[in-house]
Design a protein around this ligand. Sequence first.
Ligand code: C2E
Ligand code: MG
Ligand code: MG
Length: 391
Amino acid sequence: MDISANRLLVVDDQPDILDFVGQVAESVGYEVRLANDAAQFREAVRSFRPTLMLLDLQMPQTDGIELIRELGATGTRASILISSGMDQRVLQSAEQLGIAHGLKMAGFLQKPIMLADLEAILGQHLRAPRVPTEDELRRAIDRAQLLVHYQPKCMLADGRWTVVGVEGLIRWEHPEFGLVYPDAFIPLAEKTGLIAALTDFVLQEGIRQLGDWRAQGTDLDLSVNLSPHLVRELDFPDRLSDLMRGHALPNARLTLEITETAALEDPARTRDILTRLRVKDFGLSLDDFGTGFSSLTQLYRMPFNELKLDKSLGIELHQSAEARTIVRSLVELAHNLGLKVCTEGVETAAALKFLELAGSDFVQGYYLGRPVAATAIPALAARSPALAAAG
Ligand code: C2E
Ligand code: MG
Ligand code: MG
């Protein structure tokens, strides 16, 4: 997965032009955001982080020149194209103004916009996909560009799905590319060893956050993903206990999610560490079960207390009888082994209803809540009793 999405922001007061440019840009390979006034435009510059903008010079309330001046102040690194029906000299002087404000001016489009011109200019600015480099990731850690989002984890209580915990999921707020998701950089972090620093960050940040929520009256459990490569340090269980104690939190509040490949690397050492984590009362969850090299052996040899069914199973539930059969059987298997089950990828009411009947102890998925910033969690948790079990 790469980090350089091509995001085009178009501002124009004419809806038909917005539609036209939007459609062409999408067909060329852009993610597109349309704005028909200055307020929408300002909001989109902040939240959408365009890599390319197309500005209309003449609009009723705010003209393109004012927007260029404003953009100069934001320090945006996006390339800027201007469009207008006015003559070349006006366009050129607007471009000079942009350059004077330190903007990356990318040329202009004469109105009426011709399809061939538009396709050509958008094509020229399309950036090739690229993966992040080790240096960039190292800088991200040093410069505090990492952050944690939290996805609600729900349990059935009195016939209602209630938020009882969250899974901490790392994000990278890249200055140029915007929010980058873990699939684009976890493999790199694992290859370079930066995964240790990254995991420390998630643990520290997540545990601190748990303490803060608790102080505000929202008592939750936290799950954190632990890379297989980190289940090597023998003092890890003790360090983690110290961290929890520092925030006056019982160890049982924290669950570590590990993918099944983890256990395969050095079974004796892995078992030593995992067993001591359980002895200290931390939760241990076998993550992404049902994908790749599922090893049933690890399930009963290692001291897991939760089985987390991969989101690909949850997503299929509403349309696949096979997925339903597999999930039903895995829930039964896990329960027979004394494990709790959490099903991920719950995207529909039908899937939730099925899981209720199948006896999945916990559920997680977009239907119940997407990963969000920490500040959004207390409100989600507070209103969760209102989320009646589906059906
Ligand atoms: P995961 O641990 O299985 O996390 C669940 C992923 O599924 C998350 O993606 C989440 O956004 C996504 N998801 C949740 N509900 C739904 C749903 O209903 N539908 C769909 N389509 N997707 C859903 P995300 O945040 O992109 O994380 C991807 C993976 O990156 C995680 O999978 C985990 O393996 C890894 N990861 C995330 N944070 C960390 C971390 O701090 N350390 C390590 N080592 N790995 C991490
Ligand atoms: Mg996980
Ligand atoms: Mg998972």
